[in-house]
Design a protein around this ligand. Structure first.
Ligand code: SAM
Length: 276
């Protein structure tokens, strides 16, 4: 597919005065090869609907459009809108830009078909959106995949295995009804300005949801268990009605600590406490 010729991203930024705002967590990516590798993580995007959160000056957006995606981009920095409008003009009918705070938008209201979510976001916003998209009782979700940039340390927590220091609520949330992997590590020097830490792209696809388990209950169990992760389960779960009896029934030693339980064991406890 032939793509329209576009000016270098740095020129776009200079022309529109898009100096990176620290308050908005802006660290831009300019390396077009890296951006196309990121856009390739979810597989072929040809004719697929994509939600991009935080397009900024549009580096990743270009790569998505060149891959043939139909992109809806949500950006809260209005300074970026003219640059994004130019991009929409260069790829007629392929880019819709919405000015707004992604934290206040339910993406399901923007699409009437499955959509892939892709974003290079500030750390705090990314984690809040990620937990929101993975929570809720309805499953499978309307999104077909999440491909998100995180600080590497957070990415390690998302894919962490039991008994590791990084294992906690995020790993259970990401693992109990979806597959999460680190698809690519991204060096800090790839960003302008470079952040203090390394980053990684995490890719998540939905899996089958275990039967008779309330997502909210699983959340309550992991919240209690990891809220006091150094304590034995008999202590950390004692405030959760029925939890100690569930441990006994499941043959889980109440002297164990949260980080030793695998995801299946957390799901088992939540199932015993979930209304039928
Ligand atoms: N995607 C561009 C890139 O890769 O070069 C920009 C990445 S920059 C790390 C994050 C972008 O997310 C910025 O453009 C920022 O304005 C935007 N952003 C931050 N918080 C947001 C929010 N709550 N909703 C929508 N966009 C947000």
């Amino acid at each position: 597919m032939s793509s329209p010729a576009l000016p270098p991203l740095r020129d776009v930024i200079n022309r529109h005065g898009l100096f990176a705002s620290k308050a908005l967590g802006q660290n831009f990516l300019f390396d077009e090869q890296l951006l196309s590798r990121i856009a390739a993580i979810p597989g072929s995007l040809k004719d697929r609907a994509v939600l991009e959160v935080g397009p900024g000056p549009g580096g990743l957006t270009r790569a998505l459009l060149r891959a043939g995606a139909r992109v809806t981009a949500v950006e809260m920095d209005r300074r970026c809108l003219p640059a994004l409008a130019e991009l929409a003009e260069a790829f007629p009918g392929q880019l819709r830009v919405i000015e707004g705070d992604a934290l206040a938008i339910d993406p399901a209201t923007l699409f009437d078909e499955p959509y892939a979510i892709i974003a290079n976001l500030p750390y705090n916003v990314g984690t809040a959106l990620f937990t929101g998209w993975l929570s809720g009782e309805a499953w499978p979700p309307r999104w077909s995949s999440l491909t998100l940039m995180f600080q590497q340390e957070v990415a390690e927590r998302i894919i962490a295995a039991p008994a590791s220091d990084a294992y906690g609520r995020l790993a259970v949330l990401a693992g109990w009804r979806s597959h999460a992997k680190i698809a690519m590590k991204v060096h800090r020097s790839a960003f302008t300005p470079p952040p203090k830490v390394m980053s990684a792209m995490v890719h998540v696809t939905p899996a089958e949801m275990p039967a008779h388990v309330s997502a909210r209950m699983l959340e309550r169990v992991t919240e209690a268990a990891f809220g006091q992760r150094r304590k034995m389960l008999r202590q950390s779960l004692k405030g959760l009605p029925g939890a100690l009896a569930a441990l006994e029934e499941l043959g889980i030693d109440p002297a164990r600590r949260a980080e030793t339980l695998d995801i299946g064991e957390f799901v088992g406890i939540a199932r015993m406490l979930s209304p039928l």
